[in-house]
Design a protein around this ligand. Sequence first.
Ligand code: FES
Ligand SMILES: [Fe+2]
Length: 351
Amino acid sequence: MFLKNCWYCAGWDHELSQGRDALITRRIAGESLVLYRRPDGGVVAMEDRCCHRQSPLSLGRKEGDALRCMYHGWKFGPHGRCVEIPGQTQIPERACVRTFPVVERDNWIWVWMGDPAKADADLICKAVGPGHPDWNLRTSKVRVNTNYRLELANLSDLTHISWVHDQTFGGTTVYASTRPKHTLKPRGMDTEIWLRGVPAPRFAQHLFPPDMVFDLYFLSQMSFPCNFILHFQVYAANNAAGAAAEGPSNGQLMLDTFSSQAITPCDADAVDYYYSWGASKATDAPGLGVLLYEAINEAFLEDKRILEGQHQRIKEKPDFRTVDYAHDAGPGKLLWLLDKLLKEEAAEQVA
Ligand code: FES
Ligand SMILES: [Fe+2]
């Protein structure tokens, strides 16, 4: 089940800038879409389904700001209305293809999958795009064959960093003994974590003496369907390793990073994951961008392996009774909120 009245990321804007005639296809929340750029630069998102005989419009041809189906040649304007039917002058009233509101922001393309009258651009998550002047960010994407609820659970419980990402972001098991601060929001959840006096993440340990420790700060802002906006900072630790310390660091900020991650459910069995990561220009250093980029790419393959395997096991035994533990609090709150919004939306549609 998917929220309809919600902005879904359809990818990076540069994906629609490769060739004037480019058509890209997306599967979003169970719907097949085709996207293209109009000559004036705006983006059109249309159902990828001709209203004549359901041929994919993505097999068609862009003509100015219109799209022609290349089965029998019907042509559709950017608002989805059929404007030409070869061999007949009359165009039936119902000859329309559904279109979706689109907003480009932070170098992402956002598509509203619900009632167009409710498409409020203020509901788009507050990210930092790769075009932001204060940050050096690199972007990528990956398809993960899992359900988006498992992604929500994964990102709202960062203890998995110790285990799934032992060889990349991990290097300490302190995550398990640290209680994050979760704050539910109307359409998502913020989570704040301080880790004090821990080794550098594994991917960066070769850069520092083996006994050097740091304070790490995470502030994640999650929103539906599955956006994860992360401010991650590294401070020099003034306390010795393992010394009791809680709360904000008393050391100096060494590295300030931002990662914007938009995970779009394609259907019940797959997500498209669009992400960026990089340092602030004030704390960047030669080679750091590549190091972060390689680490996040590798780490997301680690997540992919676990989440695809977990999804398969759940499909084998959907009624299997699992057992909870303390760190399920974050995922529990977030999925509870998702279910509440899904129920409210379903009730609105019935009313
Ligand atoms: S299926 Fe598109 S014109 Fe016939
Ligand atoms: Fe992860």
